[in-house]
Design a protein around this ligand. Structure first.
Ligand code: PHB
Length: 392
């Protein structure tokens, strides 16, 4: 039976087809942000949220005629929850994009959801290289560990560091950091004296650090996920490694701007490589830090926050490119090849891999005006994820 409602619907469809009106007439585009806001990795969630909200404060909440609505959800750092929340956001809230994912297992948990819903998932935080190979709908606004670790290894070989102990968290990004640091460092003539892997949860570094001290290397190369660095730094100092002349080199996760000030003197002189420092000297970063601090006076932006900021940029720029079409396939296609100037410097999305191409800066922890900062002193420009370039 043909009902009155069906006739009205058919007439509406015909009218919009005649007018050439797009079928994506939805006026609000919802972005579901899933991050740990509680639990041991809550600082990541807090930073990503602050970065994303700062972007919206600076750029408004309307783009290509659409109102952008950010829906924040806490997964407490548990993969089961990340997947369940992602499903709810797709089915109940009708989000057009997912973003966030504070740790690698949390990012991996949503692969089936985004594959089925055919919507993009922007990785603001997780940094194991292989994540983006698990679905064509992943795109990354954070970084990869190979991308940060290789420049640190190059720098080390050029600065008289010959014998190194590596110490990493024993899961995806740690293995990536160890593998790619070692590959570059040994290819350029360096020697790995020992490779130590510590548990991700509740690590106690003291026994490992004693072993490192006994091995007496020129340097220790470290990767630990954001938030864990202060405990490491304290034990590094307590065990007398710095006094023994063992240099600390790391990816920037260890001297995270969020906690760097609280680390105090033991952090001074640490050399790290990464894509963002609060102290990055550019007009874009000055504007970002100012807007961020206006809204969050008790925090300072770290690299997780720019992952959130640039995730929102990806959504806005993609919508502009599609003229407001928020269907998943249109958005992910539009994100490929985008380039812009982030607070971290010039960046682009590699259209082949959906990875972010960005500068990696070498930095030294220094005291400036009574506060500790990662002060940049050298730049490796436009670094691609080395784990995905064909010559590796
Ligand atoms: C990750 O789990 O992929 C991860 C988490 C924190 C970091 C880097 C990588 O700082």
């Amino acid at each position: 039976m043909i009902t009155r409602r069906m006739l009205i619907a058919a007439a509406g469809l015909a009218a919009s087809a005649l007018a050439g009106a797009p079928t994506f007439a939805q006026e609000t585009v919802k972005v579901g942000l899933i991050v740990p806001m509680t639990g041991p990795f809550a600082s990541t969630g807090r930073q990503v949220e602050a970065g994303a909200r700062t972007y919206m404060a600076m750029h408004g909440d309307t783009v290509a005629g659409k109102k952008i609505e950010l829906i924040l959800r806490d997964d407490a750092g548990t993969a089961d929850q990340t997947r369940r929340i992602a499903q709810e956001l797709v089915v109940n809230d009708g989000v057009s994009v997912l973003a966030g994912f504070g740790l690698t297992p949390l990012a991996l948990a949503v692969a089936p959801v985004i594959g089925q819903a055919k919507i993009p998932a922007i990785i603001t935080s997780a940094a194991t290289s292989s994540i983006t190979e698990q679905s064509d709908y992943y795109v990354r606004s954070s970084f990869t560990l190979p991308q940060a670790a290789v420049p640190v290894a190059t720098w080390a070989t050029e600065n008289d560091i010959k014998r190194v102990v590596t110490l990493v968290s024993d899961y995806g990004p740690g293995i990536d950091a160890e593998t790619w640091f070692t590959k570059e460092f040994t290819a350029k003539g360096g020697e790995i004296v020992e490779a130590v892997r510590v548990p991700l949860q509740n690590p106690d570094f003291a026994p490992y650090l004693q072993r490192v001290r006994d091995a007496d290397p020129d340097a220790i190369f470290v990767f630990l996920p954001s938030g864990v660095g202060s405990l490491f730094m304290k034990q590094f100092a307590d065990r007398g490694l710095a006094d023994a002349g063992i240099k600390l080199i790391a990816t920037g996760d260890v001297t995270d701007d969020d906690i760097l000030n609280d680390m105090g003197k033991p952090a001074l002189g640490a050399i790290t490589g990464q894509h963002y420092s609060t102290a990055h000297d550019s007009p874009e970063n000055k504007a970002y830090v100012e807007a961020y601090k206006a809204a969050y006076p008790d925090m300072r932006p770290n690299f997780m926050s720019v992952g959130g900021y640039d995730a929102m940029h990806l959504v806005y720029a993609a919508l502009e490119k599609t003229g407001g079409d928020a269907t998943g396939d249109a958005l992910i296609e539009a994100m490929k090849g985008l380039s812009w100037t982030s607070p971290r410097g010039p960046v682009s999305i590699d259209p082949e891999t959906r990875e972010i191409i960005q500068n990696i800066y070498m930095r030294e922890v220094k005291e400036v005006d009574g506060e500790l900062y990662n002060v940049e002193f050298a730049t490796y420009e436009a670094v691609k994820d080395p784990a995905k370039t064909s010559d590796q």
